[in-house]
Design a protein around this ligand. Sequence first.
Ligand code: CAA
Length: 288
Amino acid sequence: MRIEDVKKICVIGAGNMGHQIALSAALAGFKVSCTDISLQMLEKAEEFARTYLPERVSKGKLTQQMADQGLSNISFTQSLEEAAGDADFVIEAAVEMINVKRKLFADLDRITPPQAILATNSSFIVSSKIADATKRPDKVCNMHFFNPALVMKLVEVVQGPHTSTETAQLTMDLCEKMGKNGVLLKKEIYGFLVNRILAALHHEAQFLADMGIATPEEIDVAVTNALGHPMGPFRLLDFTGIDLAYYIGMERYQETQDLKDKPSPLIVEKFAKGEWGRKTKKGFYAYE
Ligand code: CAA
């Protein structure tokens, strides 16, 4: 399959990442079906598209025609069969739990046309942990976007040992079509490039806060003012979701049994309190 043959993209998950990946693809001219088990998430994603696009038009960032086209290209459904049944390319952006992803990929293998590419937007999990749930491992790879996906340019494409060169190339071509800078990794590594670097920063920031050396606010001020990051590590955690940080840490700890992979006491406390960041209106900071 060539990029010209990719007409319909299915995005699985309408959460933090999925709703913006879906809209990016729709704006790039693809027919997109976004699916989620939660009707509420789908309604929120549709509402986002309906408010975001006119805002872009009034800001002069999109023409009315581009916005109309984007909106007409995207649809939302709770039915995986309907979303993926005629998809040429699937981007899975479901919850960061390996068993959920493996089950989804097994279902996708049954539902999608045999030539369809199945990519995971997992933040850390390499696709070889998932590919063997399908009978088409050569068509499985990582395609990892960053939050907010409509804004962030980088996409990490990871070619696992099972991934064909055609699949990796087509995924890179898709990045280009979506106006993204794809970076192709030919060796799998947990967390890829960016999240490994980010994890090292977050690990140290949480250690300093847990030790009482500085508060999360003070650490954020230090990082934004000294390193020029747009957000400090704690504001970024609120943005990407403390629940996500907790699940990723627990999943990794279960696998490695290495204490340094366990979510820090601060993350465990915030997770238990239901203070997951922006999505719950409270995390390290409070939101309207
Ligand atoms: N969704 C879509 N667009 C958004 C947005 C959102 N949530 N927030 C801001 N934007 C857009 C705005 O529309 C604006 O676009 P234009 O300039 O084209 O008009 C632009 O971003 C700048 O917005 P603002 O001026 O309102 O705010 P800002 O300058 O503070 O930028 C930000 C907001 C882009 C989020 C910026 O703070 C930033 O880059 N933060 C760091 C984000 C980051 O590190 N992301 C990676 C996270 S790690 C990750 O994603 C890993 C993973 O696996 C999940």
